[in-house]
Design a protein around this ligand. Structure first.
Ligand SMILES: [Zn+2]
Ligand SMILES: [Zn+2]
Length: 244
């Protein structure tokens, strides 16, 4: 998507746009913001090579529209999962800065990455629900990165974006470093819904930064389905690609 905005050229004269990955000056006339061509070329965009149910993708596997072995026997509670790109550099570093260093200067880079992807809002969701943070974590970080990413993916003023219907009611230990079973136990009782009458029969899109084992998405989805939603699909900025 190339768009030339005249005032942008003026802003660039005063405040040159810098690649948040490598630090070079970005030529914004190419429609790039926050990331240079070379770093953008490193982004590994996802095609339809993830499992159509749980979203997991394997190294070297490009079959489209397949179901993984786990989903044939024990599928997650959510019905589908899409990731814009692989959880690899430079996206991994950008997301890490957003999540752990309160560095929102990476948002233009992530927005450019989304704009250059094949991602398009499928417009079939009644509610777009970012995975919530516990209130204590939200206060210390100042924002929920999943909300910021949902705005990048679905537009800033999307009326379907909702941050109160699903709540995180319990503080949980960070999921990183836990195995699948530990992740599930860690999340037990962590989420609950508000105003379930607004959820009954609705199609939900759950948004998060990274899809790793799917344990968080599964815990949210289970609570939403119990409240009566008709379907839950997961959309994440990045997804982990695993070795078989
Ligand atoms: Zn760069
Ligand atoms: Zn699967």
């Amino acid at each position: 998507m190339k768009r030339i905005v005249p005032w942008r050229a003026l802003v660039d004269l005063v405040l040159p746009d810098i690649c948040r990955v490598c630090g070079v000056t970005v030529n914004t006339r190419d429609g790039l913001h926050g990331i240079c061509d070379t770093c953008l070329d490193q982004v590994k965009y996802r095609g339809k090579d993830g499992c159509r149910r749980c979203g997991i993708a394997y190294v070297g596997h490009v079959d489209s529209n397949h179901l993984c072995g786990t989903c044939l026997t024990r599928p997650p509670s959510y019905h589908g999962a899409t990731s814009v790109c692989d959880y690899a550099e430079p996206v991994r570093g950008l997301l890490h800065r957003l999540k752990y260093q309160s560095d929102t200067s990476v948002l233009p880079s992530l927005a450019t990455i989304v704009n250059r992807s094949e991602w398009a809002d499928p417009a079939r969701f009644d509610w777009i629900i970012p995975v919530p943070l516990y209130i204590g974590r939200l206060r210390s970080r100042g924002y929920n990165q999943a909300v910021l990413l949902a705005r990048l993916l679905f537009g800033n003023r999307n009326e379907r974006l909702n941050t109160f219907l699903l709540q995180r009611v319990r503080e949980t230990a960070p999921q990183a470093g836990l195995d699948g079973g530990e992740r599930r136990r860690n999340l037990r009782g962590a989420f609950s819904v508000e105003r379930s009458e607004l959820l009954v029969g609705r199609c939900i899109c759950l948004v998060d930064d990274v899809l790793t084992t799917g344990a968080t998405a599964n815990a949210c989805s289970t609570v939403l389905l119990k409240a009566g939603v008709c379907s839950v699909e997961v959309v994440t900025m990045a997804g982990v690609r695993v070795k078989r």
